[in-house]
Design a protein around this ligand. Structure first.
Ligand code: ADP
Ligand code: MG
Length: 352
């Protein structure tokens, strides 16, 4: 009976969605992460029809003709385009939700900058995509659960999640967020810093995607043991012709300094506002880094140096929010069972 109920039982197809500013991941209970795609939608500007979603749409960014627009609906950590977000969410849920007759429960993790109205829109998008119920979970909490931190214990755990459009820091204890900070600085601002650097220092126009590639290849937050270079192509702003230039990791690190130091400042500020007992716990246990932006070379070492405490990158920074949201599904089950039991007890009590 145990196995049977595990496979087909209540909640078997429940899913968790990490609705990130850069990437959306879907976790299906019992199966793990089944989808991971860029949060990008290509829309026909005339008809409003959706042309492509995810990987395919991301390839179109900066390459669309006048009739198509590639949109990142959550770009700055807020829902910039309501309808497109809803459309995207529905598309991803339906893609993994093959059985039209089963109505799963869906947990969605949204950036904390999202407003109440936007949260309701997200819930509604899930319901209209076929969900039976939709719950929201706060991003730092999901990240902390996914990173395996003891969130329920009476001890302070600090998590930093550097995403595309936002960075979120929080100290969690006894299952709740005690202090937190969310800034609209993340991997996107790093890309923009690379674009600006190429424009001002090399008179070369490059797109966001090229900038991201440069960041992944030679970007860093601390001096590298051996500085490296990369070649990029763009349009020369003086001649107007395509041109190739060489970039060094030293100059890119300088260009990234502004966004990186803002993320460091957000962590320090959160530490500053942490109650002393919890700050002591964080001192001992350190800061856990999650999110794609935390993968910037030397980000963990930079935090270690600046905050004077241990800092560790979580095992899987890009998936930990989805995994954490997925794990919270299991807890809903427990909560639900507890509620059922108390209801039954109450009914029994009434009969006596
Ligand atoms: P979100 O949760 O906001 O969708 P993610 O956690 O998926 O964001 O992280 C996406 C960001 O991480 C992007 O800006 C991407 O460029 C950046 N990123 C991914 N891998 C790396 C890496 N190795 N080095 C630096 N930045 C990275
Ligand atoms: Mg995220």
């Amino acid at each position: 009976m145990g196995i049977f109920s595990k496979l087909t039982g209540f909640g078997g197809r429940d899913m968790a969605v990490d609705l990130g500013t850069a990437n959306t991941l879907v976790y299906v209970r019992g199966r793990g992460i089944v989808l991971s795609e860029p949060s990008v939608v290509a829309v026909d500007t005339q008809t409003g029809d959706v042309h492509a979603v995810g990987v395919e749409a991301k390839r179109m960014l900066g390459r669309t003709p006048g009739s198509i627009r590639a949109i990142r609906p959550l770009k700055d950590g807020v829902i910039a385009d309501f309808d497109v977000t809803e459309e995207m969410l529905r598309h991803f849920i339906q893609r993994v939700h093959q059985n039209r007759f089963a109505h799963p429960r869906v947990v969605v993790c949204v950036p904390s900058g999202v407003t109440g109205v936007e949260k309701r829109a997200v819930e509604e998008a899930c319901l209209s995509a076929g969900a039976r119920q939709a719950y929201l979970i706060e991003e730092p909490m999901a990240a902390a659960i996914g990173a395996g931190l003891p969130v329920a214990d009476p001890t302070g755990s600090m998590i930093l999640d550097v995403g595309g459009g936002t960075s979120e820091v929080a100290v969690i204890s006894l299952g709740g967020i005690v202090v937190s900070e969310s800034i609209r600085i993340g991997g996107d601002e790093m890309d923009e810093a690379v674009v600006a650097h190429c424009k001002h220092e090399h008179k070369l126009a490059i797109g966001q995607q090229t900038a991201e590639e440069v960041k992944l290849e030679i970007g860093s937050a601390i001096n590298l043991p051996e500085e490296i270079t990369t070649e990029i192509r763009g349009r020369d702003l003086v001649s107007g012709l395509p041109n190739t230039i060489l970039l060094t990791s030293t100059e890119i690190r300088a260009a990234l300094e502004e966004p990186v130091s803002q993320i460091v400042a957000a962590v320090k500020d959160t530490l500053d506002r942490t109650p002393p007992e919890l700050a002591g716990d964080v001192m001992d246990r350190g800061i856990t880094l999650a999110g794609g932006g935390a993968l910037l070379q030397g980000m963990d070492e930079r935090m270690r140096q600046e905050c004077q405490m241990p800092c560790q990158l979580t095992e899987s920074p890009l998936t930990c929010v989805a995994v954490g949201s997925g794990r919270s599904l299991e807890e809903f089950e427990v909560i639900h069972r507890m509620n059922r039991n108390t209801t039954r007890r109450r009914t029994l009590g009434a009969q006596v």
